[in-house]
Design a protein around this ligand. Structure first.
Ligand SMILES: [Cu+2]
Length: 163
C-alpha cells in the first residue's frame, strides 16, 4: 500500500512533452531548458543547469533556489583549488546586463541535497528561482541522460578541438 507521503511526492513529477518550448521568462530574464543529469535511484544529490539570458540594461543576481524534491537546495560553483576541481556554495550567481550566464556541468549549478525522491529519466520536477530584481519564477527541470550535453557546450568543445 502506498503511503500518503509517497503519493504526494509522486504527484510532484510529471512527464514532459517535447511539443512545447522549454523556456521561462522572469522580467527581462529568459531561462532556457532547465535540465538535470540522470542519477542512480539511490542518489542523495542531484544538480540542475540552464542558460539565463538578460535582455535588460541592468545586471541581476540569482540569490536562492528551492525545490520540493530536496531537503536542501544550494547555489554552487566549481573552481580549481590546489590543482583540483572542487565545488562550493556561493551567495549569488551574477547575470550581467545584456549578456547571459550559463549554469552547466563544471561551472555554476543548482545543487540538491537530501533527495526525498529521485527524479528519473523522462520526468521533470519543480524548481523555484529567486532573482534580486526579476523576482521569483517557477520552472520545470527535465531529467536528461547522463551523456546529455546542451548545444552551447557541444559548440564550445568543437571550438577547443580545432586549436
Ligand atoms: Cu555542487
Amino acid at each position: 500500500m502506498k503511503t500518503i507521503k509517497s503519493i504526494l511526492l509522486g504527484s510532484l513529477f510529471a512527464l514532459t512533452s517535447s511539443a512545447y518550448a522549454h523556456e521561462y521568462k522572469a522580467g527581462d530574464l529568459y531561462i532556457d531548458h532547465p535540465w538535470s543529469k540522470q542519477v542512480p535511484p539511490t542518489s542523495q544529490v542531484a544538480a540542475a543547469f540552464f542558460n539565463i539570458m538578460n535582455h535588460s540594461n541592468n545586471g541581476d543576481e540569482l540569490i536562492s533556489a528551492s525545490s520540493p524534491i530536496a531537503g536542501k537546495t544550494e547555489l554552487h560553483a566549481h573552481m580549481h583549488e590546489d590543482g583540483m576541481m572542487k565545488m562550493r556554495e556561493v551567495e549569488k550567481i551574477d547575470i550581467p546586463a545584456n549578456d547571459s550566464q550559463a549554469l552547466k556541468p563544471g561551472g555554476y549549478h543548482i545543487m540538491f541535497f537530501n533527495l526525498k525522491e529521485v527524479p528519473q529519466l523522462g520526468e521533470s520536477f519543480p524548481l523555484t528561482l529567486n532573482f534580486k530584481h526579476a523576482g521569483t519564477v517557477k520552472v520545470e527541470v527535465k531529467v536528461e541522460e547522463a551523456t546529455y550535453m546542451p548545444e552551447d557546450m557541444k559548440e564550445e568543445m568543437m571550438d577547443h578541438s580545432k586549436h
